[in-house]
Ligand binder design. Structure first.
Ligand code: ADP
Ligand code: ADP
Length: 230
């Protein structure tokens, strides 16, 4: 089954006197549970494609569907999780209350959302920090919290835009291992934007290589690092 599909997608940023064709004729299907990485030089449209998938941008042309529905419907239902380079945590809420926030917005009871948040805190390795304030967390821990928050509503699709790009290499390597495990445990479909081919090879089922001016898919690498499947 397909988790997400884009067809003949184009996106033009309209500027004063200068339009930028950020995406041109991009078509891609993402299977349920698949881990796809988008790589390519700066400006090739990786972030733009991710934002179109998550309904943060509307394409100029082409179609997008997430589980056969519009990205709008999926976003409103909180069936899409986002993580950006900087975890935008609410500084006046505890780690637990940050992670539970999407469930609160969805109307879940306090008991349900706390139970779910606690399970996610364990999943991402933040046990013991439930009551901490975001400012007490390191950069890597903030990204762990952001991943937990993104997963709180059990989304179909997790969209990651350079989630560990601001972290040192050791923390980054460690979080990539954790991300692989989280993907395996939850079975969520993942689209990851990264600059690092190494990261993409280690994590992905498929790598989409993009090229700029205009942003297109240059090629798709299937099964970059064959590994045993359970
Ligand atoms: P990447 O994520 O691969 O670096 P982006 O999707 O950010 O690429 O950008 C693709 C192209 O669109 C680039 O040429 C970039 O400068 C341009 N672009 C991105 N965002 C905007 C914007 N808000 N307005 C105008 N041009 C933009
Ligand atoms: P990335 O990490 O994806 O390469 P950038 O540093 O290119 O991000 O862009 C950071 C922000 O600036 C994004 O919100 C992007 O949409 C916006 N942006 C990028 N290029 C342009 C542009 N030419 N005009 C206006 N906004 C832009």
């Amino acid at each position: 089954a397909l988790s997400a599909e884009v067809r003949d997608l184009s996106l033009v940023y309209r500027g004063r006197g200068r339009d930028v064709i950020a995406l041109s004729e991009v078509s891609l299907g993402i299977a349920q549970g698949e881990f796809v990485s988008l790589i390519g030089p700066s400006g090739c449209g990786k972030s733009t494609l991710l934002r179109v998938l998550g309904d943060l941008l509307t394409p100029t042309q082409g179609t997008v569907s997430i589980k056969g529905r519009t990205p709008r419907a999926e976003r409103l239902d909180r069936r899409i999780g986002f993580v950006f380079q900087e975890a935008a945590l609410l500084e006046w809420r505890s780690v637990l209350d940050n992670i539970a926030l999407p469930l609160e917005l969805r109307g879940a009871s306090r008991r349900d959302r706390e139970a779910r948040a606690r399970a996610l805190i364990e999943l991402v390795g933040l046990t013991g920090f439930e009551a901490a304030w975001p400012r007490q967390l390191s950069g890597g821990m903030r990204q762990r919290a952001a991943i937990a928050r993104a997963l709180s509503t059990e989304p179909d699709l997790l969209l990651l835009d350079e989630p560990f790009g601001a972290l040192d290499q050791i923390t980054r390597d460690r979080l990539n291992m954790e991300l692989a495990r989280i993907h395996e445990v939850t079975g969520v479909s993942v689209v990851l934007v990264t600059h690092s081919i190494r990261e993409a090879v280690l994590l992905s089922d498929r790598i989409v290589v993009m090229t700029p001016r205009p942003g297109r898919i240059e090629r798709i690498l299937d099964d970059p690092l064959p590994r045993p499947r359970s």
